[in-house]
Design a protein around this ligand. Structure first.
Ligand code: ATR
Length: 279
């Protein structure tokens, strides 16, 4: 039973909308599991009011927040310090408040790679076919390269965006940009296929490419967790491929935020369990 007193620390999430967020459930369960006297609440922050909301963190001594769509980029100029990853991405998903000094971090990409490791997938030296060149694609590609992926082929509907992203990332490793139509051509060289687009969230979404040609040797990852198994993952599984959904990324980006705030080892199993119960 949650017991809030005058000593309880307050954490939260800024989003617009924020009602769908599973982070309050996950982070509050993590605090409770470790006996940390803290709560984590949703804040619906209209982008027009973001500056005021950030001032409010300092004014009210809110210890930390996560930041979600559409505020991850917009919050950057309001913070005092930005770590290397968040600075490169130009996007923050975690803020820590230390006596009014606000530091921004981005745990999305590393959370993604952590979730692969948890499933026994080592990215070092691997060739990754990554679909999407938006904010998620950028965060995931950066983390993959930093953690030793051999090569990332970015495929995107709008080729220009994939090219721009590959240019930005090429000093970190071997990156190539292709258009979505060319995915089937490179499929046989990929160890991992990763979907970072929103395609698959709705049942009516047309496929990104012909999923029937996925070889059984490849690991297929979707950063979507709702639905729990997208059409891409369903077909890939049917082909005999190992599949991983976005639940692990959600949990591990949160676990890294928890570690930043508390300095303690996050109870990953508890965090995962409460989300699984909710989904
Ligand atoms: P996020 O920050 O969540 O990544 P985003 O920046 O809007 O969101 O990027 C969405 C990604 O999904 C993009 O790569 C987008 O492709 P475009 O750059 O061509 O827009 C991709 N995407 C969205 N809907 C798509 C669709 N129906 N087919 C193919 N790609 C799609």
């Amino acid at each position: 039973m949650l017991r809030i007193t005058g000593k309880t620390d307050v954490y939260g999430i800024f989003g617009f909308p924020v009602k769908h967020s599973l982070s309050p459930l996950m982070q509050t369960a993590a605090f409770e599991a470790l006996g940390i006297d803290a709560v984590y609440v949703p804040f619906e922050v209209n982008p027009d009011n973001l500056g005021g909301a950030v001032s409010g963190l300092r004014a009210m001594n809110i210890k930390g927040i996560n930041v979600t769509v559409p505020l991850k980029e917009k919050i950057v100029p309001f913070l005092d310090r930005i770590d290397e990853v968040a600075a490169f991405l130009g996007a923050v998903n975690t803020v820590k408040n230390e006596n009014g000094v606000l530091s921004g971090y981005n745990t999305d990409g590393d959370g993604f790679v952590d979730s692969l490791e948890e499933e026994g997938v080592d990215v070092r030296g691997k060739t990754v076919l990554l679909i999407g060149a938006g904010g998620s694609g950028k965060a995931v590609t950066f983390a993959l390269l930093k953690r030793g992926a051999g090569r990332v082929i970015i495929a995107n509907r709008t080729l220009d965006r994939a090219v721009a992203l590959s240019e930005k990332l090429k000093s970190y490793g071997d990156v190539e940009a292709i258009s979505l139509e060319d995915v089937e051509r490179v499929l046989s060289s990929a160890d991992l296929i990763v979907n970072t687009t929103s395609v698959g969230m709705r049942e009516t979404d047309p496929p990104l490419f012909d999923y029937e040609v996925i070889p059984p040797s490849v690991v297929v990852v979707d950063i979507i967790y709702k639905p729990f198994k997208t059409e891409l993952l369903k077909v890939a599984e049917g082909k005999g491929a190992k599949i991983i959904n976005g639940l692990g990324m959600l949990v591990h980006q949160g676990a890294r935020a928890f570690r930043i705030w508390t300095g303690k080892e996050p109870p990953v199993d508890v965090m995962k369990r409460v989300i699984l119960e909710q989904l």
